[in-house]
Design a protein around this ligand. Structure first.
Ligand code: CUA
Length: 163
């Protein structure tokens, strides 16, 4: 029994220490204190951007108790990369019925890629308990047909039509 416990403790310690020494190669760090001042997550850079290769990149900040922006528009049948970070505590980002499901940890950039086959509306609840306002923290992804998206100006892209 003691030997088993010893082995299990050793596994936990060794994996913990080696994980800390060798973080996954794609770890990206940010400074939650200066997100709004400079760099990728300044306010003017949030929302949906179209890359030269035609794919879309969506940048969002999660904070108690909102996502910024609170709604994004993306084209259907197009590769979409979501890049998120947190300004305060750990939040969660989930698009039901897709492969998008990640924790959003302050100090790190969470990146998820997906492609939406069909136009539609997706509600994104924060799914990591983050405080008293957690239940009211959510945002929306509005997937529009490719052609319609291409007709919109850059400003409309980051916002949703209010219903
Ligand atoms: Cu943010 Cu729960």
């Amino acid at each position: 029994m003691a030997a088993m416990l010893g082995v299990m403790m050793a596994v936990i310690v060794v994996t913990g220490v080696s994980g800390a020494l060798h973080p996954a190669s794609n770890v990206e760090v940010t400074d939650p204190q200066t997100l709004h001042l400079a760099g990728e997550f300044v306010e003017s850079n949030l929302g949906t951007a179209i890359e030269p290769d035609g794919s879309a990149t969506v940048r969002l900040i999660a904070e108690q108790y909102d996502f910024v922006p609170d709604c994004v528009v993306v084209p259907a049948q197009t590769p979409v990369t979501f890049r998120l970070t947190s300004a305060d505590v750990v939040h969660g980002f989930l698009l039901p019925n897709t492969n998008v499901n990640t924790m959003v940890v302050p100090g790190f950039v969470a990146e998820v890629r997906t492609t939406f086959a069909q136009p539609g509306e997706y509600e994104m609840p924060c799914h990591e308990f983050c405080g008293l306002g957690h239940h009211a923290m959510w945002t929306r992804v509005s997937v529009t047909p490719r052609e319609k998206f291409a007709d919109q100006g850059p400003l409309e892209r980051t916002r949703c039509e209010k219903h």
